[in-house]
Structures are given as structure tokens and as C-alpha cells.
Ligand binder design. Sequence first.
Ligand code: 0YR
Ligand code: MG
Length: 371
Amino acid sequence: MIISSLETFILHVPVTRNRIADSTHSITHWGMPGVKIYTDSGHVGYGFTGTHAHLASDRLITDCISRCYADLLIGEELTNIREIWKKIAYNPPLQWVGRAGITTMALAAVDIALWDLVSKYQAEPLWQTLGGRHGKKVEAYNTDGGWLNFSQDMLVDDVKRLTQEDGYKSIKMKVGKPERAEDIRRVEAVRNAVGEDISIMTDANGRWRLPDDLETLSLLKDYDVKWIEEPLWHDDVSGHRDLANQIETPIALGEMLYSLAHFNEFISSGGVRYVQPDATRLGGITEALDVCDIAQKMGLPVTPHAGDMAQTQIHMSIAHPSIELLEFIPWITHCFEEPLNIDSGFFKFPEMPGAGTTLKDEFMEKHSKKV
Ligand code: 0YR
Ligand code: MG
């Protein structure tokens, strides 16, 4: 199978209820800059990354693929993805301009498309290509009921629906309101609404600071919160290490880290308990699996962040022993040939060959923006 050509795309898919916000972002659409890779065998691989649907920066990602990566890819034989990955990731002039950010998100889209191709070629779902087996359970936790722009009543209604009607056993809610006491009131309301048996995760999206927010952080334990995610600024390794020694609630982070080296720093510092790689922000499945491996060696659970809304990371989650819980948000699910399926809070295993990324033409057209 030899790569013959590629074509980039940008999709902007509306979020549920028109607009959602966390402490740091407010968005109306999920962005999917991505790539279709064609081979001489007639297979087509789909890969994408996840953005806040900012068209100008989405175009930087697709430009990086079409102007910088295409030449490195076309003509390559698809026998060893890691060799191709290295050729792109360690390309000297490209490394000079970006070892993180747009270049890695572009690499993620490419890497996912390559995994899609390899497993399509082998006529099996990617989780099988990666060594996964039937029998494993991967739990889904839902983030889509807990947005910060929801009133407390709406938040409570949503988490009740997700847990009591849809069968989720774990949900995530955002924190980071201007008034910290309101965060605690909302966490308390959610705990009272869902009862003791549901896991509640909280996510501050990098908003809080030490020492000012230590008191709020310490209070989370009173509501049996499973983790506090990104409590402090994304790059603050020593801050997270110090915080981990001061509060009982475990720390989760990783969705804003672009490389294995970033993860190494946080993991070796002791500043993270739940490790959250995102294959769409790291250089794809290839690098996300590396993160899973080092987390596993340190005995830390991996709970990937869903920049892909879990659509492709479900495969890595089935295959890697360190993952038992994966974030899910339903915004883009309908766009795929094989939409993800969740039953009583657990993912059903995908059956179609590939990485789960094949888009329906209808939705490609409907949500497409000009690259
Ligand atoms: C919305 N998940 C997250 C969304 C989400 C963000 O801005 O992108 O909240 O990525 O933190 O854990
Ligand atoms: Mg988060």
C-alpha cells in the first residue's frame, strides 16, 4: 500500500444547545480540520484533529498538512507507521518552526489517517490491529451536561437525565466560576441530584491559582469528587506537584500537552494522578500510546481527553490496558459511517474496519468550510 495523494478538509459541527462554555472557552461549533489519504490499493484513510472551530487557525493546520507534510508522505509505503511518523515529527526545518501546537495537531490528523488505512487494509477495526480483545469494558463518562454557562437548574436536570435515563455512571462538570463559592454550591447540587453511586469529575480548564484557590480545591473532597482536572495553568509542573501534596482530590490533566516529553515531566513530578492524553493533540495514536505506556509503568490510570469525541480513541482505549474510562461528548457522532454506541454507560466495540474516522459524505458536505 503506497500513499498516492491526499486532500484536506475542515468541518465545523454545531455543539448541543448552540453554545457551551467552560472557565476558559466559549464555543458554538467543534472544529475538525483533517485529511483524507489515498493509496494505490484504493483505500482511503480519514484523520482529523479537534479545535474550537476558528477557521483561520484551522487553515494553518490543513496548510501544514498540504504544504509541509504532503511531500513527506506521497510515495511512502505504508508498512511502518512509526517510521513515517518520525520522518514528519523529526523533520529539521519543520521542527525549527514548531515542536508543539499546529504542527503536532496536523501530525495527529495524519497519523490517525495512517492507522485508519492500516486497519482497513487488514480488514479489521483498529482496536484489533492494536492488539485489543473482546471482553474488556471501557466506560464512557459524559461531559455534555456539565457546562459552566448552564444555570444550576439546567445543570442538575442534565446530570439527572444522563445518569437516571441514559445510564451513565460517571459525569463531568465544569468549575471556575468568577465566584468560587458558586462552584462549590454547584458541585453540592450535582452530588445531591445524582446520589452517592455516581462518579463526579470536575474540570477547571486551567483557571485556578495557588495559593488563592487552595481553599476551594480542598473543599472538593467533601463531595467525593473523583478528580479535579486542569486545576492550574496547563504548563505549571511544580504548581501541580505542590497542589497534589496539599489536597485529597486526585489531579487529572493532559489535554493541553503536545508531546510525550510534556507528559514525562508531569508524571515524573508526581503532579498528575489521572493521565489524559489526547491523540488529536499529541502526534496521533502513535504518541498517545507512548503516553499510555509510561503511565502504565508508573501505575497511573489513563483517561483520555476526547478531542475526537472518543470516535477514534475508543480503539486505543480497548487495546491499552491502562485505559478503563474515556470521555464522551456527542457533538460529532452522527457524522461518521459507524457512529459510536454507548449502552448503559459503556462503549460498544466498533465493528467496521478502520479507526472509526470514515465520515459520511452527506455530513462532510453539510459541515464543510473552505480549506
Ligand atoms: C470546550 N474536556 C475539556 C471543550 C473540553 C473543553 O471548550 O473543548 O471544555 O475540551 O476540557 O475535558
Ligand atoms: Mg478538560
